[in-house]
Design a protein around this ligand. Structure first.
Ligand SMILES: Nc1ncnc2c1ncn2[C@@H]1O[C@H](COP(=O)(O)OP(=O)(O)OP(=O)(O)O)[C@@H](O)[C@H]1O
Ligand SMILES: [Mg+2]
Length: 307
């Protein structure tokens, strides 16, 4: 098994009015692409900041590449895209990256080549001499990503990299991350775009109000397998009651019913059952549980457990 890139042990972070993280344990292996998921306020950004030692834990420890994050030299090996990219608007994209390169202690030649390379990677080369204050939201996000890549990091920490990106840019961003993953870079990413996470990540962790709900591969988190989607005219209470008796997680929206069948027999019995209760079946489709379904299910279960 690859050595650990990130090790979080019994990590707790208290802010004056809220416990943002509660006794968190997590290990990410080198070369892994790991997705951190959670609703707003779950503690994702707080965890990112703790990984960078930008804030201190209330208790517990954080190690990166087997060293305490208190070791400042670790930063040389990490690239970070913050949730809110704050960049001096009066600088051009090129000037900003050059300035960042100086902070990394790079000499002029390396700064020039890395700046150009990273600007090309994020497709901002043509706009490099325009002021950042004039950039659109997505352009600022791309410059933020270029800044995260500047030092050729071994570990990339990305706090919502897709924020502000259009669907094409988003696909480009995913391709950049896939290339980095192939090159062996460890990626720790948090995003609300679950389909992106599903395409990119080897494993995910689901965080809810500072608690770790589950960690694992998508296969490990899928306990329910198939989902059936029905389009039915004439849905009535009796019909729904019968469906609920043979399946779980029944969701109804207009003419659509979504359900987890208890077994294969349930699926074949559904058309007859619907007709018997006066419904008209327009379509029946089967699909595997997506990461979005898993996320929704696990968060709902967590909320019900705490009610
Ligand atoms: N500087 C701070 N001072 C006080 N409380 C904070 C601070 N930063 C975060 N919090 C609180 O900690 C909790 C977790 O916030 P955090 O920003 O980590 O969530 P998140 O999962 O990143 O959410 P989002 O998806 O909205 O970005 C929230 O209750 C938030 O109000
Ligand atoms: Mg956040």
């Amino acid at each position: 098994m690859a050595p650990a890139a990130i090790e979080v042990c019994q990590l707790t972070k208290d802010y004056p009015s809220v416990r943002a993280l509660d006794n968190l344990n997590l290990a990410v292996r080198q070369g892994e692409c790991f997705g951190l998921l959670g609703p707003n306020g779950a503690g994702k950004t707080t965890l990112m900041k703790l990984l960078l030692n930008l804030i201190s834990p209330s208790s517990g420890s954080v190690h990166i590449f087997n060293q305490s994050v208190k070791n400042d030299f670790l930063r040389e090996r990490i690239g970070y895209l913050p949730e809110k990219v704050k960049i001096y608007g009066f600088l051009t994209g090129s000037e900003f990256l050059d300035y960042q390169g100086k902070l990394y202690g790079m000499n002029r030649t390396i700064r020039k080549s890395r700046t150009e390379e990273c600007l090309k990677t994020v497709a901002m080369y043509e706009d490099r001499f325009r002021r950042i204050g004039e950039y659109s939201k997505g352009m600022v996000q791309r410059i933020g990503m270029a800044q995260a890549l500047l030092n050729n990091p071994e570990l990339l920490l990305l706090d919502e990299p897709a924020a502000g990106l259009d669907p094409i840019s988003n696909k480009e961003m995913r391709d950049i991350l896939l290339r980095l993953k192939e090159a062996g870079v460890t990626i720790f990413i948090n995003s609300h775009l679950l389909s992106e996470i599903e395409m990119l990540c080897d494993r995910v962790a689901i965080l809810h109000r500072g608690h770790m709900v589950r960690t694992g591969t998508k296969q490990e988190l899928t306990s329910q397998g198939e989902i059936i989607e029905l389009c039915v005219e004439g849905i009535n209470d009796q019909l729904l009651e019968t469906i609920r008796a043979v399946s779980t997680q029944v969701k109804v929206e207009g003419n659509n019913i979504q359900l987890h069948p208890q077994d294969a027999k349930t699926i074949s019995a559904l058309p007859e059952l619907i007709i018997k209760h006066g419904g008209k079946l327009l379509s029946l489709t089967t699909r595997m549980e997506s990461l979005e379904d898993i996320f929704y299910r696990l968060i709902k279960e967590e909320e019900n457990n705490h009610e």
